[in-house]
Ligand binder design. Structure first.
Ligand SMILES: [Zn+2]
Length: 377
């Protein structure tokens, strides 16, 4: 079977370029995780494989139902309605593919192939049929060539659209498992994440061919750099390459516990929440998941742990002492600065908030540190 040259993408420095757009490697894996159930993308793509299978089965046996062929074409057109919701298919020329499908999967073409099958089986049924092929009155060179070409195109499309749903499913399941197992990693970097990824996806060989090409490092730069151009035979190879290339650069998908969407982490920091818009508002205004989480944590801390009251009372004590001239204005300003640092640290660091924070905020300790800093000046 002739391989489908599906599409190509350029890789360089942890970025992937398709057409004239570039993305951090790993973007498409994270996108699949979010898009799979959204708008029923996967369901709409996988719901139409039934007729496809029936046509494949009948073609293998050497017959065809022309109406079924047309029906399968209609199913593929349905898939083409959903496919552009999945990146990178949104960048493809869906309209010309749509046209090719409507022109190929017709009842007329079905009848044409049936006629070819009829003639061919007649010839094959004759004694020495294969040898006297072109002597038979049933043989028609144009008809045979045309039908064989048409069949090859039909097979190609049947395979592609049949596979795309199973490949989506396989990649999706694996990526979900990866996200669920993230916490097994001691650190979120390539050496710690790669074993999990390989355990899930194995050392499977992907259908890829590649070559080196020259490209501009950025859209504005004049110098050229080397990039790897990869050609993918199918969606699975593409999305897995994107995922592994991302891992190599420390990018990995993870799920935001607040909005439940997947996002691509591009640093080894243990960032848990995404930068997207949270499903909640704060005082009626939209807020990011990260900010929302920080606010919740603040609230939790101020309820369970008195970091705010400690800070507030220390702050007003400094003001009182300044008023009474027990301390200078310069000293008071530095003391407030130091106290604010401790308070901010306590907000983001639970261990500190529950331990050293209280001691640091005591008058004598705070003033000792203030004194030390003023002397450093
Ligand atoms: Zn989020």
């Amino acid at each position: 079977m002739e391989k489908i040259s599906f599409f190509s993408a350029d890789f360089r420095d942890g970025r992937i370029r398709i057409g004239n757009k570039t993305y951090p490697a790993g973007t498409f894996a994270a996108h699949l995780l979010n898009q799979y159930y959204k708008n029923d993308t996967a369901a709409r793509i996988s719901a139409y494989v039934m007729n496809n299978w029936a046509v494949q089965k009948s073609l293998t046996k050497g017959y065809l139902n022309a109406r079924l062929l047309k029906k399968t074409g209609e199913d593929i057109l349905e898939i083409l309605n959903a496919l552009p919701k999945l990146k990178p298919f949104n960048q493809f020329d869906i309209e010309s593919e749509r046209q090719l499908i409507s022109e190929t999967f017709t009842e007329e073409n079905g009848d044409y192939i049936v006629e070819y099958f009829r003639r061919k089986s007649f010839i094959l049924a004759m004694d020495d049929g294969a040898i006297v092929n072109d002597l038979s009155p049933e043989y028609d060179e144009d008809l045979f060539n045309g039908a064989e070409e048409l069949l090859s195109l039909i097979w190609q499309k049947l395979y592609f659209y049949d596979d795309i749903s199973s490949q989506m499913r396989e990649a999706f399941d694996g990526l979900i498992e990866f996200c669920n197992r993230l916490d097994e990693a001691e650190r979120f970097d390539e050496p710690h994440l790669l074993p999990i990824a390989l355990d899930i996806f194995g050392n499977e060989k992907l259908d890829i061919t590649s070559e080196f090409v020259a490209m501009r490092k950025t859209a504005k730069s004049k110098t050229m750099v080397t990039a790897r151009r990869m050609f993918f035979d199918n969606y699975y190879s593409f999305v897995l390459t994107d995922f592994f290339e991302g891992l190599h650069y420390g990018h990995y998908p993870r799920r935001c516990p607040i909005c439940k969407r997947y996002f691509l982490m591009t640093s080894a920091r243990r960032q848990v929440y995404c930068n997207g818009t949270a499903p909640y508002t704060l005082k009626g205004k939209p807020i990011t998941c990260r900010k929302y989480a920080a606010r919740m944590k603040e609230k939790e801390l101020s309820e369970g742990n008195p970091i705010n009251p400690i800070y507030k009372s220390r702050y007003s004590a400094i003001r009182v002492e300044q008023k009474r001239s027990t301390i200078t204005a310069e000293f008071a300003a530095m003391a407030r600065k130091v106290a604010k640092e401790y308070w901010q640290k306590a907000k983001y660091d639970d261990n500190y908030a529950n331990g050293q924070y209280k001691a640091d905020m005591k008058r004598e300790n705070l003033y000792m540190e203030t004194d030390r800093r003023l002397k450093q000046k």
